[in-house]
Design a protein around this ligand. Structure first.
Ligand code: ATP
Ligand code: MG
Length: 158
């Protein structure tokens, strides 16, 4: 199993919440998908699972990065859509933030794939006629284990 069909926003939130409960310090998630695919929706659910108030989670399309305080971990939420170059990424200190202290969520991270860490979880959201299909692609053994945990729990009805 490497994907799940999420018929509506609630189903996507459920997956995001499950993912959030399984994350640990240093984890990096790249959220990819077209405009309006549901990246922010999923990021919000992940952050909520980590103890952030849902109303604190906003799309960092213009700010590039938001930081939220979870109950145990800090969550860094990036949106690279409006970024023009890797140099700009350096200017905002992306390299120092990613994978350091807490959990990093990156919308549109695939636009700067060379700047991503070697190991991360790619969450690919594909729009279908109604709903979304969400694929998990692991880069690195840690994320492979994470995926296995996710799918085991999903198959068990979580
Ligand atoms: N199954 C689904 N999962 C998530 N969102 C859904 C789903 N079905 C419909 N939607 C709708 O799609 C939209 C997703 O918006 P969201 O801001 O999360 O997208 P995004 O991928 O972050 O977009 P952007 O590229 O602009 O940042 C919401 O309006 C949501 O209600
Ligand atoms: Mg978004």
């Amino acid at each position: 199993m490497n994907n799940i069909y999420c018929k509506d926003e609630e189903k996507t939130e459920k997956l995001g919440h499950l993912l959030g409960t399984l994350l640990s310090d240093g984890d990096v998630l790249c959220l990819s998908g077209d405009l309006g695919a549901g990246k922010t929706c999923l990021a919000k659910a992940v952050a909520t699972a980590l103890g952030v108030s849902p109303s604190d989670v906003n799309s960092p399309t213009f700010s590039l990065m938001n930081i939220y305080k979870g109950s145990k971990l800090e969550i860094k939420h990036f949106d690279l859509y409006r970024l023009n170059s890797a140099e700009e990424l350096e200017d905002i200190g992306f390299g120092e933030y990613v994978g350091n202290n807490g959990v990093t969520l990156i919308e549109w991270g695939e636009l700067f794939q060379e700047e991503l860490p070697q190991e991360y979880l790619l969450v690919k959201i594909v729009k279908e006629e109604t709903g979304r299909r969400i694929f998990l692609e692991a880069y690195g053994s840690h994320y492979k284990e994470l995926c296995e945990k996710v799918w085991t729990l999903v198959n068990a009805g979580n």
